[in-house]
Design a protein around this ligand. Structure first.
Ligand code: OOG
Ligand code: MG
Length: 258
């Protein structure tokens, strides 16, 4: 087994067993960014081989709040698969996760394929069929979410699960950058932000991601969703907690943990 394949296997096994592994960087493994994305691809391929379908992309560390929280100052990409979907009208079962954290995001639903070396925020909006509120569930395969940039890339950007609001609005006529965001945990306001927190605009963050994907000869397809990155820091949750994300003009999304 190659070094990258055995890393991918250890991360995938850890996710399934709700265990953590020592981050590669701390084991003296000096991963290049490109190799970390190859490990990520193998981690995602394993989920697909187990029956999940790829459903879209998640961006990470696109906001200053997240970069400061995690101590990593470069944005990252990861993949969402159909086994990660959860629904707000059902309790969020935390037993599948080890150290879950929830964070508010703006999601884009693509109406057209998107790829290329020079895709702009305007191109992204033109290809977007609708936008909605998302809550991402993170679960790092590294203890206490302690990782370097390449470590977290290899771990599919800490992806674990996600929820979308039922109402999907057309993006036209909205200035997503100016949409205010409030995050509540158990009824208490824990953070506020605005759509512009993610690289200036959720569509600008998505354009960055599409240009990055192009460098690896990949793109996005119509129907796929993009989580454009957390707009505030994440909140740790335990059974009984409830979290609510409100985004001006888009609506709200609330989930109760069990
Ligand atoms: C890395 C993933 C960050 C976001 O939206 O910024 C992320 C982490 O915080 O574990 O998904
Ligand atoms: Mg996120």
């Amino acid at each position: 087994m190659s070094r990258l394949t055995s890393l991918a296997a250890s991360l995938a096994d850890a996710a399934a067993a709700r265990e953590v592994v020592v981050p590669p960087a701390r084991r003296g493994i000096d991963l290049a960014v490109g190799d970390a994305y190859l490990v990520q691809d193998e981690v995602v391929d394993r989920r697909v081989a187990a029956g999940a379908a790829p459903v879209g992309l998640k961006l990470g560390l696109t906001s200053r709040a997240k970069q400061q929280e995690m101590g990593v100052d470069e944005p990252i990409l990861g993949w969402l698969t159909s086994d990660m979907v959860r629904f707000a009208h059902e309790p969020l079962d935390l037993s599948a996760f080890r150290q879950p954290r929830l964070e508010p995001e703006i999601a884009l639903v693509l109406g057209e394929d998107l790829e290329g070396p020079a895709v702009s925020a305007t191109d992204v909006l033109a290809a977007t069929a609708g936008v909605c509120v998302a809550i991402e569930v993170l679960d790092s395969r590294y203890a206490d979410f302690s990782f370097t940039h390449v470590d977290v890339v290899a771990d599919n950007a800490s992806a674990a699960a996600y929820l979308l609001s039922e109402t999907v609005r057309p993006a036209g006529g909205l200035d997503l950058g100016l949409c205010g965001v409030c995050l509540y945990k158990n009824g208490e306001l824990t953070a506020t932000s605005a759509g512009a927190a993610t690289l200036g605009h959720p569509a600008a963050a998505t354009a960055w991601a599409v240009r990055e994907l192009h460098r690896r000869r990949r793109g996005l397809r119509a129907g796929q969703i993009v989580l454009s990155g957390a707009l505030t820091g994440a909140v740790a949750v335990a059974p009984g907690d409830w979290v609510r994300a409100e985004v001006d003009s888009l609506g709200e999304l609330q989930v109760t943990c069990a």
